[in-house]
Design a protein around this ligand. Structure first.
Ligand code: GLU
Length: 566
């Protein structure tokens, strides 16, 4: 009579290593007390999800702040769902947000670290060694059920209102005689390999999650598939073998995995592997029509990290936003420590939110706006330049044509105690400042410019144009931008008053008909002439950057379009 060992040898004749050998090849890491080994384990099945960036950022931070190791493992055993190149692009996107592994998969041709390979598809030998062991102790077995048989089983269970799955009395090949199994394999019958569970779903197991605290879960009794017919392992089995031999101390992953945790725990215990600590992170949610739901790939642009990259949210704004989701005390800490790097903040498991974190795009924008405002112009220039190179080539060409000019533009009302807060993402910038560039300015239809004078006068008539013309002509005659902003504005007031654009608000309010308008109107004319619109950055600085010649050229080109002769 054949025994389990014979079965194991028949299935894996070439596996000669044992689990003990693997323990020696991948020894415990020599790290200081408290150092965490964490990982991010993406599947190369598409784009980087915002929730995955959150998980990976948190995992990375825990390792770094504890002086441990953060590694990336590519979970590519689902060949049907794999999208070529997506593994590498995930790594690229993670890098933008500082999620840089100490170890692991870096690209399809590069990995670092001595606990690899870090691509599951290259670890068949390791998985097979462990499966061979499970077969030899009778805790794994070949299952010859066809897809049809399994479908019928599901139907039968549904009808009987039984828990669905392959377990206990429903597990047809669980107690199949070894001799018969060997015969079938020799005859070439297709099979997969299942784990033989000893659990009972009437039992509860106690478990401590670093974030969720003490939990009671239903014991696993499913004989899950560990090796598929394509020779690759399933997630449940492979990740666990990897977490053990890569010596992960803390499994930080999305809470959607909590329900399958009893399977993982049973596997760890059966194999005699020490369980790692688990921290199941909140899933990122969105509110829609008053209901919470998961941020969805199909419905929400912000579910993809590429959305933030394309829009040009600065990485520091987005990272900080994610840290506010990660720990409830982050914002208070930030307010007290504005001069510190956000990585000086120590994440704590017990400060994580317990149920889904709500995604708030307005908050991402707000934090980004705050942080961007305090950037030095030359630093911001570099950030915008590298963003535009990929995402807005026309803008990029403008920047590199004259970097100093662009830096000066960015520096308007910046590098001071209370800087202006105009931009929350790089893509906000060009639409606001494009008028600085002559070719963009030249495209403006001067006749359509809006010179509406405040109050009453929505329809600017020739008589008004004449006044505008006169005041701007005198403005040019007396032009002086070499004085302080305050003096420049005082001079403007004097000029405006002369043309009955009063600086006396009260007088204007009492008798608007006595005036052409107020000082602000004259500043408005300047804006419209020089920038082609009414909302502009501080017009004093705009003129300083453009210089007298250009300012005159622009004002004159608009005045000419007034065509007063007709
Ligand atoms: N590959 C799994 C995923 O796609 C990883 C889960 C884990 O971190 O264990 O989410």
């Amino acid at each position: 009579m054949a025994n389990y060992n014979d079965l194991a040898n028949l299935i894996f004749p070439n596996i000669t290593r044992t689990i003990d050998d693997l323990e020696k090849i991948y020894p415990e890491r020599n790290l200081k007390e408290g150092a965490m080994v964490t990982r991010f384990a993406p599947s190369p099945t598409g784009f980087l999800h915002t929730g995955s960036l959150f998980t990976s950022l948190v995992s990375c931070r825990y390792a770094k702040q504890s002086g441990g190791v953060f590694y990336i493992r590519l979970e590519d055993t689902d060949t049907k769902r794999e999208i070529a190149g997506s593994g590498e692009s995930l790594i690229e996107q993670l890098k933008v947000f500082d999620v840089i592994p100490d170890e692991g998969y870096l690209s399809d041709s590069l990995e670092i670290g001595s606990y690899g390979p870090y691509k599951q598809s290259q670890r068949a030998d390791i998985y097979n060694t462990v499966i061979k062991h499970l077969l030899s102790i009778g805790r794994a077995y070949p299952c010859f059920c066809s897809a049809e048989e399994l479908a019928n089983l599901r139907k039968e269970q549904e009808e009987k209102k039984e828990i669905p799955g392959y377990y206990g009395k429903y597990a047809k090949y669980r107690d199949f005689p070894v001799d018969a199994a060997i015969e079938k394999i020799k005859a070439g019958d297709p099979y997969i390999i299942r784990f033989k569970s000893m659990g009972d779903h009437n039992n509860k197991i106690k478990f401590h999650d670093e974030i969720k605290g003490d939990l009671e879960l239903t014991e696993n009794d499913q004989d899950i598939v560990i090796l598929k017919s394509d020779g690759l392992p399933t997630y449940h089995f492979a990740h666990l073998v990897d977490d053990h031999f890569m010596r992960t101390t803390h499994v930080t992953r999305g809470e959607e995995w909590l329900s399958s945790l009893p399977i993982h725990l049973e596997l760890f215990d059966t194999l005699g592997f020490k369980r790692p600590k688990y921290a199941h992170l909140p899933v990122i949610m969105k509110v829609e029509n008053g209901n919470r739901r998961k941020l969805s790939k199909r419905k929400d642009a912000e579910a993809a990290v590429s959305f933030f990259l394309e829009q040009g949210y600065p990485k520091y704004g987005f990272i900080e936003y994610l840290l506010t989701i990660a720990n409830s005390n982050y914002e208070a800490w930030r307010d007290q420590n504005l001069d510190k790097n956000f990585y000086d903040f120590n994440l704590q498991f017990d400060k994580m939110s317990l149920d889904g974190a709500l995604f708030d795009l307005a908050k991402v924008a707000n934090i980004s706006k705050e942080r961007m405002a305090y950037k030095k112009a030359s630093d911001l220039k570099e950030e915008v330049k590298s963003w535009a190179k990929t995402y807005d080539v026309a803008f990029y060409n403008k920047i590199i044509a004259n970097e100093e000019f662009f830096t000066n533009i960015l520096n308007i009302e910046r590098e001071k105690e209370k800087p202006r807060k105009d931009y929350s993402k790089y893509s906000d910038i060009y639409p606001i400042i494009s008028f600085f560039y002559d070719d963009v300015y030249a495209e403006i239809d001067k006749k359509s410019l809006d010179f509406t004078i405040q109050i009453n006068k929505t329809d600017v008539k020739d008589v008004d144009r004449k006044i505008i013309c006169d005041v701007l002509t005198e403005y040019m005659d007396t032009f002086n931008i070499e004085v302080s902003e305050e003096d420049w504005f005082n001079n403007l007031k004097v000029l405006a008053d002369k043309y009955k654009f009063t600086s006396d608000r009260k007088a204007y309010k009492a008798n608007p008909a006595d005036f052409n308008g107020q000082t602000g109107d004259v500043a408005g004319f300047l804006r419209v002439c020089i920038c082609g619109r009414k909302n502009t950055p501080n017009i004093y600085y705009v003129q300083k950057i453009l210089g007298k010649e250009k300012v005159f050229e622009r004002i004159n080109s608009v005045l000419k379009s007034f065509d007063l002769q007709k």
